[in-house]
Design a protein around this ligand. Structure first.
Ligand code: ADE
Length: 231
């Protein structure tokens, strides 16, 4: 079994890399993949870059080149549900691309034309495992399971948060998860997206993000290690 682990930014993968063993590097395009062992499991780790297309390219390479059996996406997100605080963890039960709009043809917001559904479900077993692992590590009050919405937008606006909450009942928002979910759906790869909250996607989001991104990324990474131990 080989597990693909993707983070969008260096901050989100650097610590996992630091505890990996027997690392072999492989460049594909301008992406640098690290093959090795983590918690006794065979893994491939990569920083995919920011945004949906970068994430989709990476997830596709993970499956087609490295033949991974599962994909774990780890990183940070902006909180949308007002009960969720900076530092909390959200495990994606399902994921939606909030910037997709073909409503002119009768599709729901988020639904890609001619696809059956508007959301992509995380793998049930991986989602449960991630949720339970996160609760063990951080306690029930800080861990959430629900919808993650993704778009090629850094959200820093009260109006947009309200819209994401009302339209999608989103728990948090980020820029890659639903694209990975889309690829995994198409290529039949079980996946889970785990996000730690770095900001509340409001007018202070850029400031909070700068302050909390490293701690949040660390929280997300701790859960990935916990999951690997149990797989
Ligand atoms: N990742 C972390 N915070 C975010 C935000 N507010 N919007 C989009 N992606 C994010």
């Amino acid at each position: 079994m080989i597990i693909g682990i993707i983070g969008a930014m260096n901050e989100e993968i650097i610590e996992l890399k630091s505890v990996m063993k027997n690392i072999a590097e492989e460049n594909i395009g301008n992406l640098l993949f690290f093959k090795g062992e983590l918690e006794g499991k065979n893994v491939v780790l990569v920083e995919c870059g920011i945004g949906k297309v970068n994430a989709a390219i990476c997830a596709t390479i993970m499956k087609e080149h490295f033949d991974v059996d599962k994909i774990i996406f780890t990183g940070v997100a902006g909180g949308v549900n007002p009960s969720i605080n900076i530092g909390d963890i959200v495990v994606g039960e399902d994921l939606v691309q909030h910037d997709v709009n073909a409503t002119a043809f009768g599709y729901r917001l988020g639904q890609i034309p001619r696809m059956d559904d508007y959301k992509f479900n995380g793998d049930e077993k991986l989602v449960s495992l991630a949720y339970e692992t996160a609760i063990d590590q951080f306690g029930k009050d800080k861990v959430w399971k629900g919808r993650i919405v993704s778009g090629d937008q850094f959200i820093a606006s009260d109006d947009k948060i309200k819209w994401l909450k009302e339209t999608f009942d989103a728990f948090c928002t980020e820029m890659e998860g639903a694209a990975v979910a889309h690829v995994c759906h198409t290529l039949d790869v079980p996946f889970v997206v785990i996000r730690a909250i770095s900001d509340k996607a409001d007018s202070e989001a850029n400031v909070d993000y700068g302050e909390f991104v490293k701690v949040a990324a660390k929280n997300s990474k701790t859960i990935v290690e916990g999951i690997l131990r149990k797989l």
